[in-house]
Every structure is written in structure tokens, then in C-alpha cells.
Design a binder for this molecule. Structure first.
Ligand SMILES: Cc1cc2nc3c(=O)[nH]c(=O)nc-3n(C[C@H](O)[C@H](O)[C@H](O)COP(=O)(O)OP(=O)(O)OC[C@H]3O[C@@H](n4cnc5c(N)ncnc54)[C@H](O)[C@@H]3O)c2cc1C
Length: 388
């Protein structure tokens, strides 16, 4: 006999993962627990890029999740990507952001705007991880205001010549392929185009590596472009459409950072739960304070809420529907939660919160409120969606 309380067909979708996705989540969790958790603290301390772990992630198919099957991908899509990234980031956000950038900021725009020739040339190297991808939008004078970028792309007939540095590029020192945004015209928005630039080309260099507060095992570097000759067949999408490509790509990227935030919030919840469970008296009765239990309860409830916000935006994107405000809501709320959970873990664990996993969590969580659109920029996107 059915336990259903209504015979009406499903009206808002199912809140559980289907069996395939649940199995995929387990695969990702097992991988993260086995390969990432035992090493994350050492990688952080040495600011060492987890190259071997990323290779193993590639072998597991985690670098081909947003790539179409026709080009060697698994095409599992954005919901699966969110599920995967929560698991990876729960154990190591440096590995998590590497995988997120590769899939959402490089493979996704290549799949969406790339020519057949570009896909045939680059996907084979990207899906097996022999090349990692990096996304080069930011510059010294253009972060939140991306349209202020000045990196020049001069038309010289059969090629564009790119000139000008890109800053704060995640995985920049490890990548084989860059998606670069540069100026092909004077119009603030329509004067921006996107290019596929190979690391090995003359004039492409890796500059200063940033010394960061958190995600220290994820290299953030300057990419220098000095008279780099980019053949015209490496223009990504149409000339002058680069800004739209950048923003649409960031909608997908924000799902990745929202999922990273979910993983970090879950890690904070894990630390708090374990600590409160350990607080027992001589008779084994739990003596944790109600204040701490309520903080844990709020984080647990908000984590579920943020996960559903994130999955909702991912479902929209998988259906090919606009998801800008929804992705911004997910990133806004999940990143704030990641930071709250990290602060609470440090506070509740007392002196032991100031060292070890809680201390690293506090440092790692901070970036989620900055990259792929700072917190205020998410509010801006949501407000524009509301006002129209
Ligand atoms: C670790 C790390 C990795 C990164 N990886 C990459 C990468 O791979 N590729 C890439 O291209 N970039 C990358 N970035 C750059 C990142 O996207 C920018 O730092 C981010 O967009 C913010 O820009 P900004 O740092 O110039 O800050 P600003 O734009 O100067 O913003 C500073 C503050 O002002 C607020 N603010 C700005 N404009 C407004 C506004 N209009 N209304 C209200 N508030 C506003 C912001 O919310 C923020 O709090 C990375 C950054 C970091 C820290």
C-alpha cells in the first residue's frame, strides 16, 4: 500500500537524487575521503597544487562532466556537477575549485560557443586532464566591473594579437588552455571578445603567484600576454560577444562556487557535530550547551535550504533556461552560510578551533564571498532580476 498522502502527480519535482546520481555522489564522497581529506592540510601548509589528486579525479571522469558525449564527456550536467563539487569541497576546496573552474568556466563555454574544429582540437586534452583549463577575465582595474578590462586584441588579418596582463587566475600556472577576454573594440560591452589561448604559445607567461589567506593549494597567478598571436580560428563565439559569454559562463561558475560553499558549510557542521557528540559526562549523557546545539541546528537547516537553492538553479541551467538570479541567490546564501559555519566551528570548538581543520576552514571559506562575483554583486544581480 502506498504511503502517499495525495494521488496528484509530482508538482514541484522530487527532492531526492535519482539512484544513478546517488551512486555518483557516493563515488565522489569515497574519492574525496580517500584521496583528498588525508592530504588537504599538508597541501595547504605547503601551498602545493594537488596535481596527483587532480589526475585521479580526471581518471574518475570528474573533468568531463559538463562535456558532451560526442566529445568524450559524460554530459552528466550541472546538477551532477553540484553534487560532485559539494563532496570534493567538503574535504579539499583547493581541489574543488580546480575541478569547478575546469568544467564550468572552460569546458562549458567551449561546448556552448566553440566551433566543431575547436571542440575536436581541445576536448580530447581537457576531458582526460592532460590539459587543465583556466579562465582569464580579471585585471588590475577590472574585477566586479568586468567590462572595464583593457587587455587588447588587435586584428592583424589572419590573427589577433593579444597584449596585457590578466590577474588572479585560478590554476593559471598549471593550465594548458586559457579562455581569455580581451578588447577588440571601444564599446565597453560590445568591444569585448573571447579567445582560446594555448599556454605554449609565444608571449604567454605565468607571472606572480599570490600568497593567499585560504585555498592555498589552488595556485592563483598573473597570466602575462605579450604580443600573443592568436589565430582567428581561436576566437570563441562571435566577435564582440565576449562579455555575454563571460557573464553566461559565470552563471554556471556560480553554481560551482555555491556548491563549494555547501561543501565548506557541511565541513563546518561535521566539526561542530563531532565536537558536541564528544561532550558527555561520566554517565555518557550529552552535556553540550543548548546555545551550541541551536547554532548547529540553524546551520543544518540553512545547509538544506541552500542546497535546494543551488540544485534549483542547476536544474534550470540543465534545461537550457536562464538562471542568472537563481544562481546568484544560491551563491549569495551558500557563501554566507559557509562563512557562518566556519566561524561557528572555530567558536564552538574553543581553543582547538584555532588550529587544525577549523582554522583552515575559516581561511578557506572567505574566498567564496569574493570570486565569481562578490557578495554585493550577487545582490546586484538579484535586485536587477526583481526590478526588471
Ligand atoms: C582566490 C581568487 C581566485 C580568483 N580566480 C579568478 C579567475 O580564475 N579568473 C578571473 O578572471 N578572476 C579571478 N579572480 C578575481 C575575482 O573574480 C575578483 O577578485 C572579484 O570579481 C572581485 O573583484 P575585485 O577583487 O577587483 O574587487 P572589487 O571589484 O574592487 O570589489 C571590492 C568590493 O567592492 C564591492 N563592489 C564592487 N562593485 C560594486 C557595486 N557596483 N555595487 C556594490 N558593491 C560593489 C564588492 O562587492 C567588493 O566587496 C579570483 C580572485 C581570487 C581572490
Amino acid at each position: 500500500m502506498s504511503n502517499a498522502t495525495t494521488s496528484a502527480p509530482p508538482q514541484v519535482g522530487d527532492f531526492e537524487l535519482n539512484p544513478e546520481l546517488a551512486a555518483f555522489r557516493k563515488t565522489c564522497r569515497d574519492f574525496a575521503e580517500r584521496e583528498l581529506r588525508p592530504n588537504a592540510a599538508a597541501w595547504d601548509k605547503a601551498a602545493k597544487f594537488p596535481a596527483d589528486a587532480v589526475k585521479k579525479a580526471a581518471a574518475l571522469g570528474l573533468l568531463r562532466i559538463t562535456t558532451p558525449r560526442a566529445y568524450g564527456g559524460t554530459e552528466l550536467g550541472n546538477v551532477a556537477s553540484c553534487v560532485m563539487l559539494e563532496e570534493l569541497n567538503r574535504c579539499c576546496p583547493s581541489t574543488g575549485v580546480t575541478v569547478s573552474v575546469h568544467n564550468s568556466l572552460v569546458c562549458s563555454p567551449l561546448a556552448k560557443w566553440g566551433t566543431e574544429d575547436q571542440k575536436r582540437r581541445y576536448f580530447p586534452k581537457l576531458v582526460d586532464g592532460s590539459w587543465l583549463g583556466a579562465y582569464c577575465l580579471s585585471e588590475a582595474g577590472s574585477g566586479s566591473d568586468a567590462a572595464a578590462l583593457v587587455c587588447a586584441a588587435k586584428d592583424v588579418g589572419d590573427a589577433f594579437v593579444l597584449d596585457g596582463p590578466k590577474l588572479w587566475i585560478t590554476t593559471g600556472s598549471e593550465a594548458g588552455l586559457y579562455v581569455v577576454f580581451a578588447r577588440t573594440g571601444e564599446d565597453r560591452v560590445k568591444g569585448i571578445s573571447a579567445f582560446l589561448v594555448e599556454r605554449s604559445w609565444p608571449g604567454v607567461g605565468v607571472g606572480k603567484k599570490e600568497r593567499k589567506l585560504g585555498i592555498r593549494a589552488s595556485p592563483t597567478v598573473e597570466i602575462t600576454l605579450s604580443n600573443v598571436r592568436v589565430p582567428k580560428q581561436n576566437l570563441l563565439g562571435e566577435l564582440g560577444r565576449g562579455f555575454n559569454i563571460a557573464l553566461d559562463t559565470l552563471d554556471g561558475g556560480r553554481l560551482g562556487i555555491a556548491s563549494q560553499s555547501l561543501g565548506l558549510a557541511a565541513a563546518g557542521l561535521d566539526l561542530i557535530r563531532a565536537h558536541l557528540q564528544s561532550q558527555v559526562d561520566a554517565k555518557g549523557r550529552n552535556v553540550s550547551t543548548q546555545a551550541h546545539q541551536w547554532e548547529m541546528a540553524d546551520i543544518a537547516a540553512d545547509l538544506d535550504a541552500c542546497r535546494f537553492l543551488t540544485w534549483r538553479a542547476a536544474v534550470l541551467r540543465d534545461r537550457g533556461l536562464p538562471c542568472g538570479p537563481q544562481a546568484a541567490m544560491a551563491k549569495l546564501k551558500a557563501s554566507l552560510l559557509a562563512n557562518r559555519a566556519a566561524r561557528s566551528a572555530v567558536a564552538i570548538l574553543g581553543h582547538s578551533g584555532l588550529c587544525g581543520d577549523a582554522e583552515r576552514l575559516l581561511r578557506d571559506a572567505r574566498i567564496t564571498e569574493i570570486y565569481e562575483g562578490a557578495t554585493d554583486i550577487q545582490r546586484l544581480v538579484i535586485a536587477r532580476g526583481e526590478i526588471g
